[in-house]
Design a protein around this ligand. Structure first.
Ligand code: F6P
Length: 376
């Protein structure tokens, strides 16, 4: 690295999740305590490097008391990709490449390196900016836990606990009323939250994007429970779950700079199960409750370890790398590797075996799932 480091930047990009503030706090404290560097906080993800006046110095005082707080003190957005920056001009959406401006802005600010705390979208951008000369280190975050290279991301544990808590509560009311209750959880392409919260919360059926579901199989599970005397059932559906012969359900068209919004699978399933099983069905959509609130102890610790290590990586010149958890240790993996593909629930996961052992319906028959697993 050319010259000594004096000042680094930090930003949070993409959807928020519990633990972001714990990372920011660890970055600021480690940079000041261990290296005597200045830290600049960039507001609202890459938007803060696109627009002027959105950068402020972060001191120890700025990060006091933020460890237990959800959200991010810096703000975030999932709509500011500098390589594809969408702006509405006279009612028309125009796309600009402002990536050179971002690199220049960082230089003008005297930023020797930038810590990007983000999911695959933000880390992708970070990787591309690195090719343009911006020195970056990544910190993986996402409640979906679908990033390669790290066993887990912070935010996921809190989200799973929130969903499990909802399942505990829904189970008692479902049992009282002899109903089927469907809990729709987040999980665009990967079903980690649905699967882990579903097992932890005692769900009877869990539908994940990785296993297209067959409604007959789900209906049969509910009927078997009714015949067996358990006259209620709990179904967890990831928002990205889809039937074998159908598509995922979207609740809204794409907004400027954003992605098309998933949602509504719970209601679709409810209609179909009402008809098929002649049962009362209710739906709860957990939505952004999963992204808010105070991080669990696990997430606070992981986020703090990630933040501290990100600063050490800069000092070691390990730019273009992302901190990651592997075998109980925080290590560095190339950002390029981490964003090359998403991490889906593997069909040979022992968690699926657990589900089979517990007689949890995974949306399709065991034979079909085993054939999928064998690649047939
Ligand atoms: O971070 C990913 C995610 O939590 C997805 O599971 C979900 O589809 C999306 O964020 C929702 O994002 P938004 O905040 O834009 O509604």
């Amino acid at each position: 690295m050319a010259g000594p480091i004096r000042r680094i930047g930090v930003l949070t990009g993409g959807g928020d999740c519990p633990g972001l503030n714990a990372v920011i706090r660890a970055v600021v404290k480690t940079a000041i305590n261990e290296y005597d560097w200045e830290v600049l906080g960039i507001e609202d993800g890459f938007e803060g490097l696109i627009q002027p006046g959105r950068v402020r110095q972060l001191t120890r005082a700025d990060v006091r008391d933020i460890l237990p707080r959800g959200g991010t003190i810096l703000g975030t957005t999932n709509r500011a990709n500098p390589f594809h920056y969408e702006v509405e001009v006279d009612g028309e959406v125009k796309v600009f490449d402002v990536s050179d401006d971002v690199v220049r802005h960082a230089q003008v600010l005297g930023m020797d390196a930038l810590v990007v705390i983000g999911g695959d979208g933000s880390l992708h951008i970070a990787h591309e900016l690195m090719q343009k000369g911006l020195k970056v280190v990544g910190v993986p975050k996402t409640i979906d836990s679908d990033l390669q290279g790290t066993v887990i991301t912070f935010g996921f544990d809190t989200a799973v606990n929130t969903a499990m808590d909802a399942l505990d509560k829904l189970s008692t009311t479902a049992e009282s009323h002899h109903r089927v209750i469907i809990l729709e959880v987040m999980g665009r392409d990967a079903g980690w939250i649905a699967l882990k919260a579903g097992i932890a919360g005692g769900a009877d059926a869990i539908l994940i994007p990785e296993i297209p579901y067959d409604l007959d199989v789900v209906a049969d599970k509910i009927a078997r429970r009714n015949r067996g005397g358990a006259k209620f059932s709990i179904v967890v559906a990831a928002e990205g779950a889809r039937p074998v012969d159908g598509k995922a359900v979207y609740q809204a068209e794409r907004e400027i700079g954003g992605a098309r919004r998933l949602g509504g699978i719970g209601e679709v399933l409810a209609r179909q199960l009402r008809e098929r099983c002649r049962v009362e069905v209710r739906v709860t959509v957990l939505g952004h409750l999963q992204r808010g609130g105070s991080p669990t102890a696990f997430d606070r610790l992981l986020a703090s370890r990630f933040g501290t290590m990100a600063v050490h990586l800069i000092a070691q010149g390990k730019l273009g790398h992302m901190v990651a958890l592997q075998d109980e240790c925080i290590i560095a993996v190339p950002i390029a590797e981490a964003v090359a593909q998403q991490k889906f629930v593997p069909l040979n996961s022992d968690i699926l075996l657990t589900a089979f052992g517990l007689d949890v319906c995974l949306g399709n028959s065991r034979e079909v799932i085993e054939k999928m697993q064998a690649g047939e």
